[in-house]
Design a protein around this ligand. Structure first.
Ligand SMILES: Cc1cc2nc3c(=O)[nH]c(=O)nc-3n(C[C@H](O)[C@H](O)[C@H](O)COP(=O)(O)O)c2cc1C
Length: 193
């Protein structure tokens, strides 16, 4: 099983990045391969000028195509997900998320915009033909503390519990998708015989 983890924070030191890192460790401990990508890894010009032919963007599109699911992490910016993340999602072909399971994770300064994933990110994922967007996990900044290294940090107990619960659902969704793919392949094989 392959998951693309996408960090939509433009910040070097990122709270949503800390949550994504915890999620990555959990998934890897459950035998899921995770390809971790950050919006910061992309050339700003490719994103701003929509360079569909950039090798990095082509690689990203291919990684999404191969993935069974996506973890998308974003800070809340002005009551929505980050604009930087939108510039990247805009480069994906229209049916890119068809058949994938997506778990959104968002962090914000307060609970005021805890529904940002629902009213802002979910419509974009649905425009990319995702049929299985799981309940997003929202955390406020005070639930995440940084450690001394660049991306490390700790989550409080409540957030850890909610994250693990969300990841369990995500994992089940991934397993269902892989089983469906295998039974489809089995069906094709029977038809060929
Ligand atoms: C430009 C900017 C806009 C923000 N707008 C909001 C907002 O509208 N609502 C909110 O709850 N937090 C807002 N915040 C706070 C961030 O969402 C919060 O600190 C988040 O955890 C940052 O995530 P990151 O460290 O992964 O970048 C904003 C922060 C910045 C820098």
């Amino acid at each position: 099983m392959l998951v693309v983890s996408l960090s939509g924070s433009p910040a070097l030191k990122s709270r949503s990045g800390v949550v994504l890192e915890h999620a990555r460790h959990w998934l890897q401990a459950h035998d899921v391969n995770v390809q971790a990508l950050k919006i910061r890894d992309f050339a700003a010009e490719d994103l701003l000028y929509a360079h569909f032919d950039s090798p990095q963007v082509i690689d990203f599109i291919e990684a999404v195509k191969q993935a069974d699911g996506l973890l998308i992490g974003t800070p809340v910016y002005k009551a929505s997900f980050s604009g930087a993340l939108k510039t990247l999602l805009d480069l994906l072909p229209e049916r890119s998320l068809h058949g994938k399971v997506v778990l959104p994770l968002a962090t914000g300064g307060s609970i005021a915009h805890m529904l940002a994933v629902d009213y802002a990110l979910k419509p974009v994922l649905s425009a990319l033909k995702c049929q299985e967007v799981l309940h997003g996990i929202f955390a406020i900044d005070t639930q995440i503390s940084y450690s001394n290294n660049e991306q490390g940090g700790e989550l409080d107990d409540i957030l850890t519990e909610r994250l693990h619960e969300g990841l369990e659902h995500f994992h089940h969704g991934l397993l269902r998708r892989v089983q469906a793919r295998h039974s489809l392949a089995g069906g094709h094989l029977k038809l060929a015989l």
